[in-house]
Design a protein around this ligand. Sequence first.
Ligand code: ADP
Ligand code: MG
Length: 692
Amino acid sequence: MLETLFNPKGVAVIGASGKELHIGNRVIKNLLDFGYQGGIYPINPKEDEIRGIKAYKSILDVPGQVDVAHMVIPAKFVPMAVEDCGKKGVKHIIINSGGFSETGPDGADIEKAFLDKAKAYGIRIFGPNCQGIINSDPDVRAYCNFTFTFPEPGHISIVALSGGVAEVIHQGFSAMEVGTRIYASNGNACDVSIPEIIRYLADDEGTRVIVTYVEGLRDPMDFFEAVKEAAAKKPVLAMKAGRTMEGAKAAASHTGGLAKEDMATDLIFKKAGIVDFRDEGQLINAAIAFGSQPVPKGNRVGIITNTGGPAVIATDILVDAGLTLPPLSDKTRALLKETLYPEATVSNPVDVLATGTAEHFGKCLEAMMADDSFDCVLVHFVTPFFMDTESIANAIAQVNQRQIKPMVCNLMTDRRQWAETEAILKASGVPCFALPSDAARALVALVRYRNILDREPGRVRSYTDLDTDGAREIFNQANGQPMLAADQVYEILEAYGIDVPEWRMADDIDGAVAAAAAIGYPVVLKADAVSVVHKSDMGGVAVNLADAEAVEQAATMMTERIDARDLRFFVQQFVPGGREVILGAKAEPGVGHLIMFGLGGIFVEVLKDVVFNLSPVTDAEAREMVDGIQASALLDGVRGEKPVDKAALVDLIQRLSKLVTDFPQIKELDLNPVMAFEKGAVAVDARIGLIC
Ligand code: ADP
Ligand code: MG
């Protein structure tokens, strides 16, 4: 569908202008200067030619085929112009002009009006209020965009709503003398969407890596599906901004997009398999490495250096990120002992010394590429004035060209004096970074993608022991209630196979005593009323009640303390001695539910040691959650404490995920605490709030 947008045979500019500083002039200049291979058709009722090209009064007068029409005219004229484009058979319209939904309801009306017309003619709209597209393919060279960065052909493609950030990233590549493939910035994105472009780029052979920038997702699930598919084929690198409230506000107020909850976007990124970044500089560096290097098979790094300190800086970063520096194999060691100076360090990192020659670098690199101990190589290369650094660069470039394993280079030099050395490396596609930490982080990004490819997605478990109809009946009865009563909650948990201690509801004190006798002592008594939220804060929980007298006393006290007409008593078996954990779910509009797991008590309140995922949670993800909290060692048992039944918790997370997936009307659900034992886990307190 987007093939002709990115490979147009002819481009018209409606609103082409004779004035140099006008967008309608700049787009024509860009097409010309970039060497666009198709026909260029300025449309302007008053001009005969613009920038030396024949202009037409109307798009209907254009003799050739027009695949893409730019519109650089006031918003109110756009619907009419779309009509003309329809008659002409234009396939895509890039609307650079603003004045649409981003400005308010009147603008939104115009946006709807032209979109209706476009749909009637089967025209796809790119934008409005956008920059446009660039395709650097030598057969196309379409610069349908009003910016000013002219890319060399490359393998990195950029897609973002925000033209400002897309262009910053683009300039980052340009500053590093790295080319790009396709650039797309679609502003309001009223029709052609980011997920649609990502799908196109996933199948575009020339694109090796997709880079995107997000300020909030319009259609989170569409984005998720598109990225998930794309990330299985090639790396998708992304950065999200608007993490602070102030940042989110700035995002919400431009291009009409709405920044959603930060957490959900992070989880979508993770679940879809995005390599995510919080810093645009690191994103740019990583993309450069992905653009020219193969994906490593694992996380083992070999380092070659001709100077000591920088390799130490890099090693810290690599090891912190979970990469390893294994020793050289015996074969490599023997070979290097023979090849390098006797004073050279023959271990990992290998220090070939400042006097290391092109042969030393070349042989060492080749040995590491052949050594099964390594998955990727980091080269620290300082350019000593007494060495033939161009020969060294050639030796590195030659090994790189064989693309056996990924390599990145920390090139430490005065770029003006050693321009040729740098040019040799860059021409062969060696990613060169001035700082050791930048080179190391780019390598870390390559390994992060490997880990994404290798991770076990797991399965969403299907359960056969659920009473879904029973649960549905309770939800139906509760229609309009913001909060379920305790008996409703526990019946639902039981219907979903979630273990709870034996319980009964009682309407009065006598009933509570009778219920306790039926359950068997010791019991716990809890006050249940709509107004009672944190029961223990209001004196509404009495644990370890040993006999009828204790129950009667506790119930009497609760009646005195809690002034609620609807007060009832929830009587529950007392289950002491477990490790308290918390599970929760929260509805996230347009996404599903966030699922939370953590240790209970002070761990959740003070340390906030909780992890999240998105429903539906797979078995592998549930396991990762249980293992993922910082205090996870406590679950395994420390200093003689018994471990808890992690398998039961993993099962519980999945049952909870299933429950909220089946009943999207659940706004929030808390199991706080769940008592985890050496065998089994039991929810002793539960709340379910509904979307009303
Ligand atoms: P709330 O969270 O509304 O204050 P809970 O029902 O969670 O009330 O009870 C408070 C605390 O009492 C729990 O965190 C737990 O430590 C303990 N508790 C509650 N029910 C039981 C039970 N059935 N067995 C053992 N301990 C319990
Ligand atoms: Mg509680």
